[in-house]
Ligand binder design. Structure first.
Ligand code: WTA
Length: 570
C-alpha cells in the first residue's frame, strides 16, 4: 500500500465527505496504472510480497482445529487451489460454489477461485437440499467444493451443469459417473503446483455471487465485480478502523455478504489479521474467542448482542475482554438499549451501520470519530449519496419517512442479478437511484434512522429471509393447500418467522401437524428459515386475483389496522 497518498482525514466527517474522491482511493492499489486487477492478488499476494509476508492473515479455530496462516501461506495455498481448478479445465467466468462449514479451506478455495478469474458462490452451511439445488441450478455452477458430510444435501444428479465435486475432509467418496467427477481436496492439493499465473481481470468482471431474498420469487443471485474492492478497502479502513496491529473478528458466515465483504475482503485488503471461529454461537465460546486472540475489533449483529445481554455482569467478568477497542453491528435494527448496555459492560459504543447484499459494501455508518445517536444507523459514507425519497424520487422533508435510496454508481454496487435483468431493473425504478425498499427517516443533523421494510422481506436473527422460498416449500407438503409467511416481532431475534397455512381436504388441524410442517421446512430448506410458529386457518386472505395478502395476516397477527381492503376477496 502506498502511504504517500493524501486522503481526507476521517477525524472530521464533514470534511471527509466534502473532499472525498474514489479516484484517489484507486491509487492505493497496485493496478491503478494497468487497470488490470484481481481481488485475490490485492487481498493476499500483495501482502505476501511485502513486510506483511509473515504476518498472520487468518487465525482459525473450532472444537477440533486450532491453526494460523500467514499471508504467504494463504498465497501459496490459494495458488495451489487455483491450479487444482485449472487442472480440471475451469476457466474465467465459470461459477465455483463453496458449501462448507466455516473452515480455512473455504477461504483458500474462495481466493483460489478468484485467482483464476472464476466466480465464487459461497453457500451457507445450514442449507438443505432445495436451497442448495435452487442456487446451483440458477447459477449453472460447474464446480462445487463441499464436505462428505454435506454431500447428501446436493442433488448433483439433477444438476446437468455441475461437472466436478471436490470433497474436503474424510468420508465416503461416491463413484464417478459420465456426468460427474469426485475429487479429494487433500489429494488434488498435493498434486498441484504452488506457482500460479494470476488471471488479470477487468474491474467490471464478475467476482462473487451471493444469493439473497426479496419478497417474491426464488432467491436471486447478486453479482459483484472486482471493482468492489475500492469500496470495501476504504470502508473497512475508516469504519472498521483497521490499523496494523489490530486483531479483527467478524462473526458472520461467508455464506452471507457480511462474511465476505467484511469477513475477508475488507480486512485483507487492509492487510489485517483475521479471526475466524467455527462452530455455533454460545456466549462462553464467543467471549473466550475474544480473550484467546485478544481481539481488538469485533463485528457482529444485534441478535447476537441481545443474546449476550442474557449473561450477567459476573459472568462477563470471568473473561478478559480488555483487548476490545471497537465494536460494530449490522443486519437488523440495533436498539438504543443495546448501545447503552454495550457502554456499560464493554465500556464501548456499539457502532451501527447499514448496507445490503446488493450494495456490496457499507453505505451508511457511525464512524469512530463521530458522535453516536443510539438507535441511528449514522450517516452516508463519503463518496456515496444516500437520501430518503418518496415514490416519485423526491427527497422527503427531514423527519419524514420514505425509502432509503442510494445514488447509482458507488464502486461496490451489484452489477447483475444472475439471469434476471428484470429483477435488476426493479431496483432502479427511480431514475438514477437504487431503491433499498427500507423505510427510514433522516433527522436535522443528517443521521439516518431505520423504520422497517416496505416489502415482505423478513429479518430474523440478523438473516434475511424471503417469504416466497418458505411458502414454496410449505405447499410441497401433502397436507398444505396454501401458505403465507410473515415476520413477527421478537425481542431477541428481531423477527421470527410465522407461517399461516390452509389445509387440503382430508387433513385436520393438529399440534402434531404444525410441528411436522416446521420440521418439513427445516429438513428441506434450512433450519433458520423454518417457521417458529405455524397457524392452521380455514382460509387465507386473498386479493380478487388470488394473491395471498401477507400484510393483512400481519396486521391481524399484530392487532394493527389492516389498511385498504378494497382488493380483498370477500
Ligand atoms: C437490514 C446485510 C436495520 C435492512 C448487510 C437491509 C438493517 C437488509 C441494518 C439487508 C441496520 C441492514 N439497521 N436494518 N443497521 N443493516 N439492515 O442483504 O432491511 O443480508 O435491507 O445485508 O438488512 O440484509 P442483507
Amino acid at each position: 500500500m502506498s502511504h504517500s497518498i493524501k486522503q481526507p482525514n476521517m477525524q472530521d466527517y464533514d470534511e471527509a465527505y466534502a473532499n472525498f474522491s474514489w479516484k484517489e482511493v484507486e491509487e492505493a492499489f497496485s493496478w491503478h496504472e494497468s487497470g488490470k486487477v484481481n481481488m485475490a492478488y490485492e487481498a493476499i499476494d500483495r501482502h505476501a510480497e511485502s513486510f506483511r509476508k509473515n504476518k498472520v492473515a487468518l487465525y482459525y479455530s473450532d472444537e477440533k482445529r486450532d491453526e494460523k496462516y500467514t499471508f504467504q501461506d494463504m498465497k501459496y495455498l490459494s495458488n495451489t487451489f487455483g491450479n487444482v481448478l485449472r487442472n480440471l479445465g475451469i476457466e474465467k467466468g465459470e461459477r465455483v460454489f463453496l458449501f462448507m462449514p466455516r473452515s480455512p479451506e473455504i477461504y483458500i478455495s474462495m481466493m483460489g477461485t478468484l485467482k483464476i478469474g472464476a466466480i465464487a458462490g459461497p453457500l451457507f452451511e445450514a442449507f438443505m437440499e432445495q436451497a442448495v439445488f435452487d442456487r446451483l441450478e440458477n447459477s449453472d455452477a460447474s464446480v462445487l467444493v463441499t464436505t462428505p458430510e454435506l454431500l447428501p444435501r446436493v442433488p448433483y444428479k439433477e444438476l446437468p451443469s455441475l461437472k466436478h465435486i471436490i470433497l474436503v475432509g474424510d468420508g465416503e467418496i461416491p463413484n464417478n459417473s459420465k456426468d460427474i467427477n469426485f475429487y479429494v481436496y487433500e489429494q488434488e492439493m498435493r498434486k498441484a503446483s504452488r506457482e500460479l499465473e494470476i488471471e488479470w481481470m477487468d474491474r467490471e468482471d464478475g467476482m462473487i455471487l451471493h444469493y439473497t431474498s426479496g419478497s417474491t420469487g426464488k432467491p436471486k443471485g447478486v453479482l459483484h465485480v472486482h471493482n468492489a474492492m475500492i469500496h470495501q478497502y476504504q470502508t473497512a479502513k475508516w469504519i472498521l478502523d483497521l490499523k496494523e496491529d489490530d486483531i479483527y473478528w467478524c462473526t458472520a458466515d461467508p455464506g452471507w455478504v457480511t462474511g465476505t465483504s467484511y469477513g475477508v475482503f475488507g480486512p485483507w485488503l487492509n492487510g489485517a489479521s483475521n479471526v475466524i471461529r467455527g462452530g455455533r454461537f454460545s456466549p462462553e465460546d464467543w467471549y473466550s474467542t475474544i480473550e484467546k486472540y485478544r481481539v481488538t475489533i469485533w463485528y457482529s449483529a444485534p441478535t447476537a448482542f441481545r443474546r449476550l445481554m442474557a449473561v450477567d455482569e459476573e459472568g462477563i467478568k470471568q473473561f478478559d475482554l480488555s483487548s476490545l477497542r471497537h465494536i460494530l453491528s449490522v443486519g437488523e435494527p440495533l436498539n438504543a438499549e443495546v448501545v447503552h448496555w454495550g457502554r456499560k459492560v464493554y465500556g464501548l459504543s456499539i457502532h451501527d451501520h447499514w448496507w445490503m447484499t446488493e450494495t456490496g459494501g457499507i453505505i451508511v455508518s457511525n464512524y469512530p470519530s463521530m458522535e453516536i445517536k443510539p438507535g441511528s444507523m449514522g450517516k452516508p459514507f463519503p463518496g456515496v449519496e444516500a437520501a430518503i425519497l418518496d415514490g416519485e424520487g423526491n427527497e422527503v422533508p427531514r423527519g419524514q419517512m420514505g425509502h432509503l435510496c442510494v445514488k447509482s454508481g458507488w464502486p461496490a454496487m451489484m452489477r447483475h442479478i444472475w439471469k434476471n435483468e428484470e429483477k435488476l431493473n426493479g431496483y432502479f425504478e427511480i431514475p438514477g437511484w437504487f431503491d433499498s425498499e427500507d423505510l427510514a427517516t433522516m433527522d436535522e443533523d443528517g443521521y439516518i434512522w431505520f423504520e422497517g421494510r416496505d416489502d415482505d422481506v423478513i429479518l430474523t436473527s440478523g438473516e434475511r429471509v424471503g417469504p416466497f422460498e418458505v411458502e414454496s416449500k410449505l405447499v410441497e407438503h401433502p397436507s398444505v393447500a396454501e401458505a403465507a409467511v410473515i415476520g413477527k416481532p421478537d425481542p431477541v431475534r428481531g423477527e421470527i418467522i410465522k407461517a399461516f397455512v390452509s389445509l387440503r381436504e382430508g387433513y385436520e388441524k393438529s399440534d402434531g401437524l404444525e410441528k411436522e410442517l416446521r420440521e418439513f421446512v427445516k429438513k428441506g430448506l434450512a433450519a433458520h428459515v423454518a417457521p417458529r410458529e405455524v397457524e392452521i386457518r380455514d382460509f387465507l386472505p386473498k386479493t380478487r386475483s388470488g394473491k395471498i395478502m401477507r400484510r393483512v395476516l400481519k396486521a391481524w397477527e399484530l392487532d394493527l389496522p389492516t389498511g385498504d381492503l378494497s382488493t380483498m376477496e370477500k
